[in-house]
Write a protein of this length. Structure first.
Lengths: 407, 264
C-alpha cells in the first residue's frame, strides 16, 4: 500500500498522539487505508465514469484549483478590499460547504467504520482521531486547491503579512465549515430517526444547496456596484453572512479602514467558529455516534394512498402500460435521493434566479411601477427565459437512477 | 494461570443483561454461561434481540445494564485487548469494498496485531483454500456475494481467535464451500474454540450445534442440546420447535390466505 506524505508528516507528531492516549500505529494504519479508499472514491464534481487507475480525488482537486485561479484573479481588481475579500471568501466558503455536504456526508455519517473497526482491537479514541485527521486532510487539500492562487496573488500584491493573515483566516474558514456541517448533521440526527432521517438529510442538502447559491448571489449584490468608490453600506444582514466576517479583518489590516462595523464583523468571525467548536465537543460529538446508529434502524414507514396519483395517471395516460410507467416514474422520483439532490436545487434556482437578476436592476428604478415599466419595456423580461436555460441541463439527469438494477 | 484453571473460566458469561432503545426494551435480563469448545446455535425470530446481544459482546453497543465477561474479563472496562481473541462475521456484509482482498485482509490482520508478512501469507493461503486465490489482489467491489462472504470469514479467523461469532455465515456460499466451512467449525470446536452460530436456517443449526439457545422478545425461551429441546417440546425438528416456542402456529392458514390473495 502506498505511503502517503501526510502520514510521514504525522510520524513526527507520534509522541503527541501517544500522550493523548491514541494508539498511533493502529491509527496510522486506519488513516492509510482511508486515504487509499479516498483516492478511489468518485467525487460529485466529476460525473463521468472513472478508469481504474485514475485518482478521482486528485482530479477533483484539479478542478477546484482551476476555479481557484478565477477566485485568485478577483484580488487583482481595483475595487475596495472588503468587497473583493467578501467575494473571495464567499466563493471559497460556498464551494467548501457544498463539497462538505455533498461528498463528505459519507464520511461524517459513516456507520460501517463502527462495525468493521470497533469489533477489532481499536479503541473509540483511536478511531475518532483517525477520522478527524482524515477529515482535516481532505479539507486542507480542497482549501489549498481553492485558495492557493488567491494566497499567491495576495502575496505579490499586498505582501507577506497578507499571505499570513489569509492563511490564518482560511484555517478559521475550514473550522467553520467543518463544524457547521457536523453540527448541522448532528441536529438532524438528533431530531429524526431511521429512514425518515435520510429523507430529511436529503431535503436539507437540497435546501442548503439552494440557500448557498442564493447567498452567493447576494454577496455580489451586497454593495452598490454602480459606483465602486462609494462608501460600502453595511446592512443588518451583512452580519449574518459568514463571508463578510472573514473579509472584515483584511479591510482593517490592509486598507486601514478602522470602522466599528469591521471590528464587530471580525469579532463574529472569530467567536462563531470557537463557539461552534465548544458546542461540538461538549454537546454534539459524544452523542453523534450514538445517533448515527439510528441510520441503521429502519423506521416504520407509513402506507401512503396512491389514489391521487391514480387519478392523474388516468387523466393523462391513454392505455394501461403508459399508466403503469407513469406511476412507476412518479414513485421513483419521489424516493430517489441522489436524483432529487440533483434535480430540485436546479428547479428551485430556475425560479429564483430571474428574480435575483432582475432585482439587481431594481435599485435604479424609483418606484415599483417605474421598475415594472423598465422590465416590460426594456429587454430585461428576457431573463425569465433563464429558467429554461437552467432546466435544459436537467434532461441528462432524469434518465439516471441509483438503483438501476431494480428495474 | 495454569492450564486447568484457565479452561474453567467460561468463554462468555452474561449476567442479567438488559438493553433498551429509547423506551423499547430489547433485552429483558439475559443470563448465560458458555463453556469453551462448544458450538452455540443462537436463534430467534427477527427482532428477538440476537444481534443486539452479539453487538454488546463485541463492544460496539453501549448503554446496556448487567455484567458481561468474555474469557473472564469484564468488557465494560474500556480495554480493547479482549477483542484480539474474538472473530466476527457480520450479517450485513460490512467491508471496505474499494480495497482489494489483499489490502483489506492485511489491514484487518495488522489491526489484530499480526505483522504485514504474516497476515499476507495467511490471508493468501486461506483464500487459496477457499478456491479464490486468483481474486486476491482484485477489488472486493467486483466480487460475487459468496466471494465476499469468504473474505469476511477469512478476516474473522486470520488471527486465530478463541471465540468466534458467525452471523448467517453461509449466505451466498456454494455447497462445496459450505461443506468445508462446516468441517472447519467442527474442527475448531474440537480444539477448544467457542463458536456462536446465529442463523435462520434451522436444519444447519440443528446439525452443528452442541447447544441451542433461543431468544424471543428479549428473553431466553429455550436453552439446551437439540435432544433436550425435542423432549421438552415434543416436536420433531428444530424448525417446529422454533415455531412452537415463538408462538407461531398459523403458517398453514397464512399460506392459504396468501394463495387466496394471489388468485384474486
Amino acid at each position: 500500500m502506498r505511503d502517503f506524505l501526510f502520514l510521514k508528516f504525522l510520524d513526527r507528531l507520534k509522541k503527541l498522539f501517544f500522550t493523548m492516549g491514541v494508539d498511533y500505529p493502529v491509527m496510522r494504519r486506519i488513516l492509510q487505508v482511508k486515504l487509499v479508499m479516498n483516492s478511489r472514491r468518485s467525487a460529485t464534481v466529476i460525473n463521468q465514469e472513472q478508469s481504474e487507475r485514475k485518482n478521482p480525488y486528485l482530479a477533483s482537486l484539479g478542478i477546484y484549483a482551476f476555479m481557484g485561479v478565477f477566485i485568485g484573479l478577483l484580488i487583482l481588481l481595483s475595487s475596495p478590499l472588503f468587497l473583493k475579500m467578501s467575494i473571495v471568501m464567499g466563493m471559497i466558503l460556498f464551494l467548501l460547504l457544498t463539497t462538505m455536504i455533498s461528498d463528505f456526508s459519507s464520511v461524517l455519517l459513516d456507520v460501517q467504520d463502527r462495525a468493521i473497526l470497533l469489533t477489532r482491537p481499536v479503541s473509540v479514541k483511536t478511531l475518532n482521531a483517525a477520522k478527524l485527521l482524515y477529515i482535516l486532510y481532505y479539507l486542507a487539500g480542497i482549501t489549498l486547491a481553492l485558495a492557493g492562487v488567491s494566497l499567491i496573488v495576495g502575496l505579490f500584491k499586498y505582501g507577506g503579512w497578507f499571505f499570513l493573515t489569509m492563511f490564518l483566516i482560511l484555517i478559521l474558514v475550514c473550522c467553520f465549515s467543518l463544524l457547521f456541517t457536523a453540527i448541522f448533521y448532528f441536529a438532524i440526527l438528533h431530531l429524526f430517526s431511521g429512514e425518515k432521517l435520510r429523507d430529511i438529510i436529503n431535503y436539507f442538502q437540497i435546501i442548503l444547496t439552494v440557500f448557498m447559491t442564493v447567498v452567493y448571489q447576494l454577496v455580489g449584490r451586497m454593495f452598490n456596484l454602480v459606483d465602486l468608490n462609494v462608501q460600502i453600506a453595511i446592512h443588518w444582514w451583512s452580519y449574518l453572512l459568514p463571508s463578510s466576517w472573514f473579509a472584515a479583518p483584511f479591510a482593517i489590516l490592509f486598507s486601514g479602514e478602522h470602522r466599528a462595523a469591521y471590528f464587530l464583523l471580525s469579532a463574529i468571525g472569530i467567536i462563531v467558529p470557537v463557539l461552534a467548536l465548544i458546542l461540538y465537543i461538549k454537546a454534539a460529538a459524544p452523542a453523534f455516534e450514538q445517533n448515527l446508529q439510528k441510520l441503521n434502524s429502519a423506521g416504520g414507514g407509513r402506507a401512503k394512498g396512491l389514489s391521487g396519483l391514480h387519478k392523474i395517471s388516468a387523466l393523462l395516460c391513454a392505455n394501461h402500460d403508459e399508466r403503469v410507467f407513469f406511476e412507476f416514474t412518479c414513485s421513483m422520483l419521489k424516493s430517489e435521493r441522489k436524483l432529487k439532490l440533483r434535480l430540485f436545487p436546479s428547479l428551485t434556482l430556475g425560479i429564483i434566479m430571474p428574480f435575483i437578476i432582475l432585482l439587481s436592476f431594481a435599485h435604479t428604478a424609483t418606484s415599483m411601477s417605474d421598475f415594472l415599466k423598465t422590465v416590460s419595456q426594456g429587454k430585461y423580461y428576457l431573463y425569465a427565459y433563464f429558467s429554461i436555460v437552467m432546466y435544459s441541463t436537467l434532461f441528462s439527469v432524469v434518465g439516471k437512477s441509483e438503483s438501476y438494477r431494480g428495474a | 494461570m495454569d492450564k486447568a484453571s484457565e479452561s474453567e473460566v467460561p468463554a462468555v458469561s452474561i449476567r442479567d443483561l438488559k438493553m433498551s432503545y429509547g423506551d423499547k426494551q430489547v433485552l429483558n435480563g439475559i443470563n448465560l454461561e458458555i463453556q469453551r469448545g462448544q458450538i452455540i446455535g443462537y436463534i430467534g425470530p427477527n427482532g428477538a434481540g440476537k444481534s443486539t446481544t452479539v453487538k454488546i459482546l463485541l463492544g460496539i453497543l453501549e448503554g446496556y445494564q448487567g455484567q458481561v465477561q468474555i474469557l473472564g474479563e469484564d468488557i465494560s472496562t474500556n480495554s480493547t485487548a479482549y477483542k484480539k481473541k474474538i472473530g466476527y462475521v457480520p450479517e450485513s456484509a460490512d467491508i471496505y469494498d474499494s480495497l482489494s482482498a489483499q489490502e483489506y485482509l492485511t489491514f484487518i490482520g495488522e489491526l489484530y496485531g499480526l505483522d504485514f508478512e504474516t497476515a499476507d501469507r495467511k490471508a493468501r493461503r486461506l483464500m487459496a483454500l477457499f478456491g479464490i486465490e486468483d481474486a486476491y489482489s482484485a477489488r472486493i467491489s467486483s466480487y460475487s456475494k459468496g466471494m465476499k462472504q469468504k473474505v469476511l470469514i477469512v478476516a474473522s479467523l486470520i488471527h486465530n481467535p478463541e471465540i468466534i461469532f458467525f452471523d448467517e455465515p453461509l449466505s451466498g456460499l456454494d455447497a462445496n464451500s459450505v461443506l468445508v466451512f462446516k468441517e472447519i467449525m467442527t474442527e475448531l470446536a474440537a480444539q477448544g474454540k467457542t463458536i456462536f452460530y446465529s442463523s435462520h436456517i434451522m436444519e444447519v443449526v440443528e446439525k452443528i450445534s452442541d447447544r441451542i439457545i433461543m431468544l424471543n422478545n428479549g428473553n431466553i425461551v429455550a436453552d439446551g442440546t437439540f435432544e433436550q429441546l425435542k423432549e421438552q417440546c415434543s416436536q420433531g425438528s428444530l424448525e417446529e420447535i422454533f415455531n412452537q416456542l415463538s408462538g407461531f402456529s398459523q403458517h398453514q392458514s397464512i399460506a392459504g390466505e396468501f394463495i387466496g390473495v394471489m388468485e384474486e
